[in-house]
Design a protein around this ligand. Structure first.
Ligand SMILES: Nc1ncnc2c1ncn2[C@@H]1O[C@H](COP(=O)(O)OP(=O)(O)OP(=O)(O)O)[C@@H](O)[C@H]1O
Ligand SMILES: O=P(O)(O)OC[C@H]1O[C@H](OP(=O)(O)OP(=O)(O)O)[C@H](O)[C@@H]1O
Length: 208
């Protein structure tokens, strides 16, 4: 069988993803958090693992730089990547929400401004509601935006709700659920069918 390349998100969901792979019997040599290595091979030499930024996983998979990826639904939606989404791995569970101050949104007749790490998701949501918005792309600490007057509301992911609460904001609307998904490059799904399907089946056993 041909070797397949798996793009795995560094960061928050990395540990759980690796645990899931191990539960399915896929182990990587020398995998350690202290290491700065970004490429690893599994014990059977069927899988080459590359560690990439969470936000970049859909890009690697869409372009065929990786055959398979483990990525958050948030980043998949934002990238609008043309890939197959195969399995919900049920890790990194949270949801998208619109948040802001609890009082009626005061925009003084101006267009609603929305700060987000996910401007595509934000625009799509407000377009569906026929609300014109201006989005401001941020890369983190998004909850600051309404406090500091940078934006009227935010679109961000919420898990425990602590970040929202501790910054005096309120969830105004709950949007799509987010979790980690297994995604596959469309060409690899056919050209490396045997290896790809073997990997999907293996991972499925880890989910049971
Ligand atoms: N609070 C959260 N609870 C659960 N899952 C989360 C939470 N925040 C992020 N995630 C999930 O984990 C994935 C990776 O998050 P992580 O914070 O590592 O990425 P990031 O925000 O791109 O980090 P950084 O920019 O610091 O590398 C996200 O794409 C999302 O699917
Ligand atoms: O509902 P909670 O459990 O509080 O989790 C939600 C927070 O987690 C994520 O931020 P992250 O920790 O990735 O930080 P950053 O995006 O601000 O860097 C997200 O952007 C929220 O700010």
């Amino acid at each position: 069988m041909e070797m397949i390349t798996l793009a795995l998100a560094k960061g928050r969901t990395a540990d759980d993803s690796i645990k899931l792979l191990e539960k399915a019997g896929v182990y990587f040599d020398d995998l350690s958090h202290k290491s700065r290595k970004l490429v690893f091979y599994d014990n059977t030499h069927q899988v080459k693992l590359i560690f990439v930024k969470a936000v970049d996983v859909p890009t690697y998979v869409e372009n065929g730089a990786a055959d398979i990826g483990i990525a958050g639904k948030d980043n998949i939606m934002e990238a609008q990547a043309d890939i197959y989404e195969i399995l919900d791995l049920k890790l990194g569970q949270c949801k998208f929400a619109v948040a802001g101050f609890s009082h009626e949104q005061q925009t003084n007749g101006n267009v609603l401004t929305v700060a987000s790490k996910y401007p595509v998701v934000a625009k799509t949501h407000f377009r569906k509601k026929n609300i014109p918005v201006e989005t401001i792309k941020l890369n983190g600490s998004v909850e600051l935006a309404p406090i500091i007057g940078l934006a009227d509301v935010i679109v961000d992911i919420v898990e425990t709700g602590n970040t929202i609460k501790e910054n005096g904001l309120t969830i105004l609307e709950e949007l799509d659920s987010v979790s980690t998904r297994l995604i596959v490059n469309k060409a690899s799904f056919t050209t490396k069918s045997e290896s790809v399907h073997a990997f999907i089946n293996t991972l499925q056993t880890g989910l049971e």
